[in-house]
Design a protein around this ligand. Structure first.
Ligand code: NAD
Length: 367
């Protein structure tokens, strides 16, 4: 059987810096765990624009459709701010999401013990936090028609349309139930069925899909209450599933419970391919961080945790994902910090590659 394939699109700014550490970890799995990936690299974002005049070349798009997983760094930067909207770096990312039809966006919010002080909430509220928000990514109010700014009488009206078909709700619900089965078997669905018909349909479809997952404990919550509960008692949740708009907001709220942007991974999954694996792209939540680019200050952990998600969700290597996450936990518990994770305690920060060195050493020690 051929090796699983990965396309690395490191992108712009700190993207290549953090991705260099992921590449070392991928090599480690090949050398030490007999888990070899066929890795290829290509350009996206501003780097692709510089080379080809477009933020994603058609050939790159075609390769992304062929591989088992795409790992993306970050795109964008001040150099590209004045480009026409149609060729801005972010368009490359949006094209990947759209053409790969990545409808299920997984955003974990996990609090590493060593970083609990970083949360804006009290330590005892976030300690041990490990929740997963599943956001529908390809439909809803960001895509619904009609949309636009129209004239109406003697003033203008701005219109966006919240629209969900049953099949769109069903496929993201299934992906959330599957996740819940692999985790704590608890799923909370959030919408506003009290005031929105799309929410009524959402609740109905999620409830119907539940019949196929009787082991999962399902609850429903209005999204506004969900936001309150996330900051009041986040540990009550395991998996949350919600629509595109509410998911955009709730996943940012949940992510910030855990501290730094440099720590947050994500996965975007689509329908299964012929080999049964979901079409998938993994990327850190952060951007290209132009303010620290080229200074060896970037925290590579978000990108490395994104690769851990790839191990778990694309490559069926949950135990190896656990190993990688445990190595990160160890390094943090040992007190290693990149500059973004510094508190008031006078610790000297490590560089991006020193953080990579330490994680590799912790991986070695795990054998
Ligand atoms: P950003 O995430 O790049 O940076 C925000 C702040 O967090 C900065 O101070 C940065 O130094 C810090 N930061 C981010 N990641 C870090 C890391 N791994 N380690 C240490 N510090 C880190 O957001 P921004 O400044 O609003 O945007 C910069 C550029 O990135 C823009 O062009 C924006 O469009 C783009 N962007 C891209 C993505 C993406 O590729 N998915 C996401 C967000 C923003």
């Amino acid at each position: 059987m051929s090796n699983p394939s990965i396309l690395i699109l490191a992108g712009d700014g700190i993207g290549p810096e953090v991705m260099a550490q992921v590449t070392r970890i991928i090599d480690w799995y090949g050398n030490k765990r007999d888990l070899t990936f066929d890795v290829s690299t290509d350009l996206v974002g501003g780097a692709a624009y510089d080379a080809h005049g477009v933020p994603l070349h058609d050939d790159t798009m075609a390769r992304a459709m062929e591989v088992d997983a795409v790992l993306l760094g970050a795109v964008g930067g001040p150099k590209y701010d004045d480009l026409d909207f149609s060729v801005k770096p972010e368009r490359g990312l949006l094209r990947l999401r759209k053409e790969m039809d990545l409808f299920s966006n997984l955003r974990p919010a996990q609090c590493f013990d060593a970083l609990a002080d970083f949360s804006s909430l009290k330590k005892d509220i976030v300690a041990g936090l490990d929740i997963m928000i599943v956001r529908e990514l390809t439909s809803g109010v960001y895509f619904g028609e009609p949309r636009g700014i129209f004239n109406e009488g003697n003033e203008r009206v701005g219109i966006n349309t919240q629209r969900y078909t049953e099949s769109e709700i069903e496929r993201v619900a299934r992906s959330a139930f599957d996740l819940a089965m692999a985790r704590g078997k608890k799923l909370c669905s959030m919408e506003k069925a009290n005031v929105m018909e799309s929410g009524v349909l959402w609740r109905e479809v999620v409830t119907r899909v539940h019949a196929d997952y009787p082991e999962v404990e399902l609850s429903h919550m209005y999204a506004d209450n969900g936001a309150m509960q996330l900051v009041r008692a986040p540990n009550q949740f395991d998996v949350i599933v919600t629509d595109n708009l509410f998911g955009d907001i709730l996943s940012d709220v949940a992510a910030m419970l855990t501290g730094s942007l440099g720590m947050l991974p994500s996965a975007s999954l689509g329908a299964p391919m012929d080999n049964g694996r979901p079409r998938a792209m993994y990327e850190p939540v952060h951007g290209s961080a132009p303010d620290i680019t080229g200074q060896a200050k970037a925290n590579p952990i978000a990108c490395i945790l994104s690769f851990a998600m790839a191990l778990r969700y694309s490559f069926d290597q949950g135990a190896e994902a656990d190993r990688l996450e445990a190595a990160i936990e160890t390094v943090l518990a040992d007190g290693l910090r990149t500059a973004d994770l510094l508190g008031e305690d006078g610790v000297t920060p490590v560089s991006t590659s020193e953080m990579g060195d330490a994680i590799l050493a912790a991986l070695d020690a795990s054998l």
